[in-house]
Design a protein around this ligand. Structure first.
Ligand code: AMP
Ligand code: GLY
Length: 417
């Protein structure tokens, strides 16, 4: 198979690497990719939100399957345009992608499907927000209704900060704001895959959303992850499929919307059972980096079966028992406006450490030098027979990498979220 991966982050680098290990895959291309991906696959310039350009590239390259990484491409209808050209595509349609692109739509589907989630109120103006905040009390949870690259959510005990965030959401996007009940308990990310009928799941992982150690500072797109989770309940995958993912896929069908691709279920393990914190409709970043490193079943088989509606024929997935951890190296100022264009040194030494793989997130070439090109720059991923060894390897690799002003969390894999 020739597979085209759309996107340019460490998630896409992990997908590319996983496909390159896959005996069913002859060639992997990526658009637009980044400096690291271009060392592994052919890369092509494309505007991922331009569905026509993406579908034309897929036709030109004569690929057998397109795998879409970013939510923005899915929300822009890339799946729909590629499928229209008769090419298999892993991902949901733009209508189905509303499960991520509109938090109020997701809440409505969950309510109809009797899926446990935080109680919420969708607000159209700041007075409604104030009423909702009073109703739920602290800690306050305020979410921008639309896509915000992981930064649209504020969880705070400070009422003024809560109101400020809601005001900013209304000013920036003229959108709706969702205020919801705070869910206590550890978080788990579980990727479920559907072909529009059946649902299977990948292995659970934990993501670290806040920028600083001990879960301090603002939310980011994700600062690190690990898998497996030795503390997660054994039946978490089955329970999530039966109580959450399958009912959601069924409810979408009732609404005349086929959900194919990946349903990322962000779970809170609360004292009153598992509840949904959020849905995304694509691979999570950085969880993908650790989940795919443990997957032994060829990835193309899963993605293709989802795309063509054939998951029922897929045998049970095989997983390595190794632990995998990834730590994100972020540019100076991230998650604010990151400083870009600085040289990254020490990559070769870092990748020589046993079990380590350096996945590129926001990198570019400047001549023959690799430079930073965005907020989350690298995803330093390490595998080991247990979490302690995997952690040691990842942090040893990070000590070898130099990028001016960069920062990373030192407690990935140590504290529960
Ligand atoms: P989201 O973008 O919806 O995943 O939210 C980002 C992060 O905010 C989550 O991973 C949680 O850590 C936190 N969060 C979101 N919603 C809630 C909630 N209802 N209760 C507690 N924490 C939440
Ligand atoms: N890791 C969170 C996300 O991908 O949205």
């Amino acid at each position: 198979m020739h597979i085209l991966v759309i996107g340019s982050g460490a998630r896409e680098h992990a997908i590319v690497k996983s496909l390159l290990r896959d005996p069913n895959v002859k060639k992997v291309s990526c658009a637009p990719g980044n400096a690291g991906i271009s060392q592994d696959a052919d890369v092509f310039e494309v505007d991922i939100k331009n569905k026509k350009s993406v579908s034309e590239l897929a036709v030109l390259l004569q690929v057998d399957l397109v795998v879409v990484g970013p939510e923005a491409a899915l929300a822009a209808g890339v799946f729909d345009a590629v499928a229209e050209r008769g090419i298999a595509c892993f991902g949901p349609s733009a209508r189905a992608a509303q499960l991520e692109s509109s938090k109020s739509f997701a809440k409505d589907v969950m309510n109809s499907a009797n899926v446990a989630t935080a109680e919420s109120i969708t607000c159209l103006n700041i007075d409604d927000v104030k009423l909702a905040l009073t109703k739920f009390g602290a800690p306050f949870v305020i979410k921008d209704d639309g896509l915000a690259a992981g930064k649209g959510v504020v969880v705070t005990d400070n009422l003024a900060e809560a109101i400020d965030h809601a005001t900013k959401c209304f000013t920036d996007n003229e959108s709706k704001v969702v205020v919801e009940e705070f869910l206590d308990g550890p978080e788990v990310s579980l990727f479920c895959i559907s072909d529009g009928k059946k649902v299977i799941s990948l292995a659970p992982a934990q993501d670290y959303k806040r920028v600083f150690d001990n879960n301090q500072g603002p939310n980011t797109g994700g600062m690190g992850a690990y898998s497996p989770l030795d503390w997660a309940p054994e039946n978490i995958e089955l329970e999530t499929i039966e109580k959450i993912a399958q009912p959601v896929v069924d409810e979408m069908n009732k609404r005349g919307i086929t959900f194919k691709g990946l349903l990322y279920v962000g779970l809170a393990l609360t004292t009153t059972g598992i509840k949904v914190i959020e849905f995304n409709v694509r691979f999570g970043d950085p969880e993908t980096q650790v989940v795919l490193a443990r997957l032994e079943t060829p990835l193309s088989k899963i993605l293709y079966a989802s795309a063509i509606g054939d998951l029922g024929k897929l045998e049970a997935l095989k997983w390595s028992t190794n632990s995998v951890i990834t730590v994100v190296l972020a540019a100076k100022n991230y998650p604010g406006t990151p400083v870009v264009g600085n040289e990254i040194a020490g990559l070769a030494q870092a990748s020589e450490i046993e079990g380590v793989q350096i996945l590129h997130a926001a990198t570019a070439f400047n001549g023959d030098k690799i430079v930073s090109n965005g907020g989350r720059v690298l995803s330093v991923t390490a595998t080991g027979p247990d979490l302690t060894i995997a952690r040691d390897r990842a942090y040893k690799a990070l000590k070898n990498i130099q990028l001016n002003g960069s920062h990373y969390r030192s407690d990935i894999g140590l504290v529960k979220q």
